[in-house]
Design a protein around this ligand. Structure first.
Ligand SMILES: Nc1ncnc2c1ncn2[C@@H]1O[C@H](COP(=O)(O)OP(=O)(O)O)[C@@H](O)[C@H]1O
Ligand SMILES: [Mg+2]
Length: 271
C-alpha cells in the first residue's frame, strides 16, 4: 500500500485570544502516515488538547494549515472530514445521550444511515472489544468513570473512523483495562489499518506507538521512534522497562547504554 500522510499539520499558530502575546501552539508541524500510531507527549499546558481540537475542526489555526487525506480542512468541508475522525476526551461525563449503554453506542451510527443489522453488529462488536458487552443494558450514568470511558471508546470505534484521537482517554482506566485497550488498539491498527493519535502524559502508554512526538510549550521539540525519542531526551520520564534499565546502569550493572523495550530487557535479564 502506498504510504502517504493521512494528516499533515503545517506551521500552525494558535492562541485562544488574539490579544494574547503568547501562542498556545507556535509553528507546529508534523505528519501522521496512514496506519501509523503517533503518541503525543508533553506536560500540562503544552498544547496537546488544543492541537486535538484543531485537528477535529473544533477551532481553526490562525495561520498554517491542517490537511486530512491531502485535503485542507476548512469551514466548508470540516463536517464531512469530521466523520472520518473519531476523538475521545479525558472526561467522558458529557459524552452520553442514550438511556442504555448500547443505545448510546448506537446513537452515533444513526446519523450515518447504517442499516439496522449492521448497526447492531457494530454496537455489539465495539462493546465486546472494550469489555462492556455484559453491561449493554445499563444506564450509562450509573457506570464508574472507567466504564464510562470504555463506552465512549466503543462509541468511537463503532463509527469505524480512519483516524482516532485519544486525548488522555485512558487515565480513568485501571491498569489491566488500560493494558487490554492499548493491545486492542494495536490489533485494530494492524488489522484495519486504523491511524491512531494517543495523547498522554503516561509514558508507559507510548510503548506500542510507532512514533512519539514531544510537545513543549506549544512547540514540537522532538519526534521519532519510541527508542530514538527516549534515547535523545534523558529528561523525559521513560516507560517502565527503560526506567528499570537506567536504574540497573546506575547500580553499576553492565547493561547496554541505550533504550530497551520490555522484551529486550527481559531477554537481557534472562541471559
Ligand atoms: N478554552 C481556553 N481558553 C483559553 N486558554 C485556554 C483554553 N484551553 C486551554 N487554554 C490554555 O492553552 C494552553 C494549552 O492548554 P491545553 O491545550 O489544554 O494543554 P494540555 O492538553 O497539553 O494540557 C494552556 O496554557 C491553557 O491554559
Ligand atoms: Mg489536555
Amino acid at each position: 500500500m502506498e504510504q502517504y500522510p493521512i494528516l499533515s499539520v503545517d506551521n500552525i499558530f494558535y492562541r485562544y485570544d488574539l490579544r494574547d502575546e503568547k501562542y498556545v501552539l507556535s509553528d507546529t508541524s508534523f505528519d501522521v502516515m496512514r496506519g501509523q500510531w503517533l503518541a503525543i507527549v508533553g506536560g500540562n499546558g503544552s498544547g496537546k488538547s488544543t492541537l486535538a481540537r484543531l485537528i477535529v475542526g473544533l477551532a481553526s489555526p490562525e495561520s498554517g494549515s491542517i490537511q486530512f487525506n491531502q485535503e485542507e480542512v476548512n469551514e466548508q468541508n470540516k463536517q464531512r472530514l469530521r466523520e472520518k475522525i473519531g476523538i475521545v476526551f479525558q472526561n467522558p461525563d458529557n459524552q452520553f445521550i442514550g438511556t442504555t449503554v448500547q443505545d448510546d453506542v448506537a446513537f452515533g451510527l444513526e446519523n450515518l444511515n447504517i442499516q439496522y443489522p449492521e448497526m447492531k453488529q457494530r454496537v455489539f462488536t465495539a462493546l465486546k472489544q472494550v469489555g462492556m458487552y455484559e453491561l449493554r443494558d445499563k444506564d450509562p450514568s450509573q457506570l464508574s468513570g472507567g466504564q464510562k470511558q470504555r463506552v465512549a471508546i466503543a462509541s468511537v470505534l463503532a463509527l469505524k473512523p480512519e483516524l482516532v484521537i485519544f486525548d488522555e482517554a485512558f487515565i480513568m482506566l485501571d491498569p489491566k483495562s488500560r493494558r487490554e485497550l492499548l493491545k486492542l488498539l494495536k490489533s485494530l491498527q494492524k488489522q484495519n489499518h486504523l491511524t491512531i493519535i494517543s495523547i498522554t502524559h503516561d509514558y508507559n502508554e507510548t510503548v506500542l506507538a510507532d512514533q512519539v512526538m514531544v510537545l513543549n510549550d506549544g512547540r514540537v521539540v522532538d519526534q521519532g521512534s519510541v527508542r530514538a525519542v527516549y534515547n535523545r531526551n534523558k529528561d523525559l520520564e521513560p516507560p517502565f522497562a527503560e526506567q528499570f534499565r537506567r536504574e540497573l546502569m546506575r547500580k553499576g550493572f553492565s547493561i547496554p547504554d541505550h533504550y530497551m523495550s520490555n522484551d529486550e530487557l527481559v531477554a537481557w535479564l534472562c541471559k
